[in-house]
Design a protein around this ligand. Structure first.
Ligand code: EPZ
Length: 438
């Protein structure tokens, strides 16, 4: 049974004048794909700036079970794929982490076969993998599903043409990796354009892949016809979702919060939305630093018709933190979730803590502010609020920090999946909190 840890947070109430610096870690959603991509290389590869989060540790476990030799030292992972002897992804381990499906592309590219469990959906939506499977079929593989296990063979891919019916980040990355060693050219249309994809492809190309168009809707892969890539160092880009989360939090609680080691270029949408609401933000592209202050918090204006969108639009992974921001501004805000069908479950928890949020539909909420949050212990002694997923968990932490009184949050392991050293970074800003395990 996983150790169930909780966070106890002593809310700031009206005293919101913290000062401090937070250093942004490497992007989880970049590093996880590079770990899978290591399979395409002929020998050990060094992955740098890899965050020490639960998802990274799970992928290490899954790849070790396949036979890969992995060493980790500080934020450097060295993965040797040449010792892999098995391409069947562990059902139990893969069941609770969607990123495991990323491994199927490289495994198929190199070994021509793999089996893996249908990745568990999660609270934000059913998150099917039909786009991955259709892509594999287009490249010549046979896909058979029996008792929730996918068995894919004939993966020594020839080239092909794939049109993604929906923009899919993981689908784009995984099919690009699947096509990297193929015989011939593969063209992928309607691709995602996230910076994590550019980060991955730039590395693969340095290893000898021939991929063009990353960061645009059309990506062309000229396969190496089975030739493995030459090991070269990978460096994960800064985590734009972690940086955006602290930026939104800082806009509410900090006299001055300095966000360092971030990539401001990847945060244009959230900086624009917060600035339009009256938040004081200073961006220094060269210094990779953003400074935010809540000096003008009393005059923040509502967010009119925010819609989450694929990159470079406003990211769905910041929707929950932004909803908490909307509870603190003067007036009515509207937030629409375009990407997932069920990503507002945490709203009921915010309402229980004092927010005034009305669900228009499963994808659409109306937030009236400003409202004050009450700590769970003020609402009822012993009350505990659960983190429902990585980003909703950060949103509940934000509400607890803003609240009057103490709060207890459970399922902290979910938050750990996407935020390295959350407690340490928040304590460094002066937030009074502690992790407790029962
Ligand atoms: C990545 O998930 C991120 N995860 C998610 O971050 C992020 O929310 C998402 O991209 C969108 O930006 C990682 O990179 C590990 P998609 P991914 O394929 O690749 C549907 C976080 O908090 N879809 O772009 O799984 C899907 O259901 C996580 O860090 C299909 O229908 O997302 C969703 O509605 C949460 N069929 C939409 O497409 C498929 O085969 C976008 O999903 C694949 C996806």
């Amino acid at each position: 049974m996983e150790r169930q840890e909780k966070l106890k947070i002593n809310g700031l109430g009206a005293e919101r004048n913290l000062k401090g610096t937070v250093y942004i870690s490497g992007a989880k959603n970049a590093a996880l794909k590079a770990m899978a991509g290591a399979v395409l290389f002929d020998g050990p590869v060094e992955l740098h700036n890899v965050p020490d989060t639960a998802d990274v540790r799970t992928i290490v476990e899954i790849m070790t079970k396949l036979g890969a030799r992995i060493e980790s030292k500080d934020d450097v992972l060295t993965i040797d794929p040449n010792t892999i002897t098995n391409t069947d992804i562990d059902r139990k381990l893969a069941g609770n982490i969607r990123a495991s499906v990323m491994l199927t592309g490289p495994l198929l590219a190199r070994y021509g076969k793999t089996t893996f469990p249908a990745p568990g959906g999660c609270v934000i939506g059913c998150r099917p993998i039909d786009l991955f499977l259709n892509g594999y079929r287009k490249l010549g593989a046979s896909v058979v599903e029996h008792d929730e296990l996918f068995d894919i063979k004939d993966g020594n891919f020839h080239g092909g043409e794939i049109f993604f019916d929906k923009v899919t980040v993981g689908g784009t990355e995984t099919l690009v990796m699947a096509a990297t060693l193929a015989e011939g050219r593969t063209i992928l249309y309607n691709c995602a354009m996230e910076p994590e994809i550019v980060n991955l492809v730039e590395w693969l190309n340095r290893g000898g892949a021939k991929i063009s168009g990353a960061g645009t809707p059309t990506i062309t892969v000229d396969g190496t016809a089975g030739k493995l890539l030459k090991p070269v160092k990978y460096e994960a880009i800064p985590d734009r979702i972690e940086a955006g989360s602290y930026l939104i939090l800082g806009a509410l609680i900090a006299k001055e919060l300095e966000i360092k080691d971030c990539e401001p270029e990847h945060l244009r949408a959230v900086v624009s939305i917060l600035s339009d609401a009256g938040v004081k933000i200073n961006v220094d592209d060269k210094a990779k630093t953003i400074v935010v202050s809540n000096d003008n918090a009393k005059n923040y204006t509502p967010l009119n018709d925010i819609r989450t969108h694929e990159y470079p639009g406003f990211p769905t992974d910041l929707q929950a933190p932004l909803t908490v921001f909307a509870t603190q501004v003067n007036g009515k805000s509207a937030i629409f979730e375009t990407i997932y069908e069920n990503r507002f479950k945490y709203v009921e928890d915010l309402v229980a803590m004092g927010a005034n949020i009305r669900a228009i539909s499963e994808r659409d909420v109306e937030v009236n502010g400003p409202t004050t949050f009450k700590g769970t212990s003020e609402i009822s002694p012993g009350m505990i609020i659960p983190a429902r997923d990585i980003r909703a968990g950060f949103a509940i932490v934000m509400a607890a920090i803003l609240a009057h009184g103490e709060s207890t949050i459970s399922n902290v392991h979910l938050i750990d999946r996407g935020y390295e050293d959350l407690a340490g970074k928040l304590k460094g800003l002066g937030v009074e909190l502690e992790r407790i395990s029962n």
